[in-house]
Design a protein around this ligand. Structure first.
Ligand SMILES: Cc1cc2nc3c(=O)[nH]c(=O)nc-3n(C[C@H](O)[C@H](O)[C@H](O)COP(=O)(O)OP(=O)(O)OC[C@H]3O[C@@H](n4cnc5c(N)ncnc54)[C@H](O)[C@@H]3O)c2cc1C
Length: 335
């Protein structure tokens, strides 16, 4: 590992001062599970790391108007056990509780989880200089692509690795960012960015000298939520596909729906087709399956990942049934 200096600031202002306007020079450190692994693999080689655990909040605070504000230094294990979040945003609790293993949840922070870099094996291997590392290609279309994107059409085919990103987008969260010019508020749906040839090295709009300090969740109203993840049998690995679904009921039928999928695209992938398919319907096996079909209709798999279409359909269908309070076979399905 390349030698680096270590800064331990006491507040967000000092933390930002220790960052750099240049990408990858000075990096925030949460639980370190992603950053330190990338440093050991020579994928990221910063001159300085800035521990943000003592600089950022790690608590949940009620917001005026009924929402909640989650500090980015909160550990995933604490988020998963938080009663206020459980009451208002149950899908967030399920997502947090399914991240990796108890050790990973114990160490990982909300800010680190949302900003972790892709798990693509080409990106993580120093031998492959892909788009994300300043190269001129994504190796997955002609290579090993069984876990890569089925939506988005490249040019990079990573899937966003954060489980917390998907319910954040579904619940309409806003991220508070803090940088040298002060704070800015960015809706979660606009924080995560689709790759273009101009920005392909990044997954979000965060500047190199900014921090994500809070996840602000708006009052959810009378929404019902469901979250469902499908992963390999007995695996601690990231899900193959997953979905968060929110339903606002109008009596027995759906007044409005929000369907967001994870692990299928470079960003949390909202399906307005699935939402339209649910509107005005009573929820049952057939209507949930029809919405799941609509959600995956435009998927474009590569040579080895067409199987993800059925997996994602299952995740969407079961998240819908789960949101409607209907019986689904557990929240953790294995392949
Ligand atoms: C076997 C295994 C299974 C896993 N399964 C899952 C899973 O199912 N779902 C899932 O979501 N994750 C999964 N993970 C990943 C794990 O959850 C993340 O690595 C962890 O949450 C990252 O949090 P951290 O605090 O350790 O991040 P760090 O490693 O400290 O940081 C990650 C990145 O975010 C940046 N960063 C940290 N804090 C901030 C901040 N406040 N503002 C801006 N940037 C910041 C860092 O500079 C770094 O680039 C898995 C990991 C392993 C090893």
């Amino acid at each position: 590992m390349k030698a680096f200096s270590y800064v331990n600031p006491a507040n967000e202002r000092d933390a930002v001062r220790a960052l750099s306007p240049e990408h990858e020079k000075a990096m925030p450190l949460g639980g370190g599970q992603d950053l330190l692994a990338r440093m050991k693999d020579y994928v990221t080689q910063p001159d300085r790391i800035v521990n943000v655990k003592g600089a950022l909040e790690s608590t949940v605070t009620p917001m005026p108007g009924g929402g909640l504000k989650i500090g980015a230094a909160m550990r995933i294990v604490d988020l998963a056990a938080n009663a206020q979040v459980a009451k208002l945003y149950p899908a967030m609790i399920v997502a947090a509780g399914e991240v990796g293993t108890p050790q990973i949840r114990n160490q990982g922070t909300v800010g680190g989880n949302l900003n972790q870099r892709p798990r693509c094996w080409y990106f993580r291997n120093e031998e492959f200089v892909c788009f994300k590392k300043g190269g001129s290609q994504c190796f997955s279309p002609s290579g090993e692509n069984q876990f890569h994107a089925i939506f988005g059409n490249g040019p990079s085919f990573i899937v966003h690795p954060s489980s917390l990103a998907v319910p954040s987008v579904a619940y309409g969260a806003t991220f508070r960012l803090f940088g040298p010019k002060g704070e800015r508020m960015v809706p979660a749906a606009e924080y995560f960015t689709m790759p273009t040839l101009q920005n392909v090295q990044r997954e979000n709009v965060l500047a190199p000298d900014e921090l994500l300090t809070h996840v602000i969740l708006p009052a959810p109203g009378a929404v019902k939520s469901g979250h469902y993840e499908v992963r390999y049998k007995e695996s601690h690995d990231w899900p193959i596909a997953f979905a968060t679904v929110l339903l606002t009921m109008n009596g027995n039928t759906v007044g409005a729906a929000r369907v967001v999928m994870g692990a299928v695209a470079p960003v949390p992938w909202r399906s307005q087709a699935a939402e339209a398919a649910l509107a005005g319907k009573a929820i049952n096996e057939q209507t949930a399956a029809a919405a799941a079909d609509a959600a995956l209709r435009d998927a474009k798999p590569m040579s080895q990942n067409a199987y993800k279409i059925q997996v994602a359909k299952t995740a969407v269908k079961r998240a819908i049934l789960n949101a409607a309070g209907l019986n689904v076979p557990g929240t953790r399905t294995t392949l």
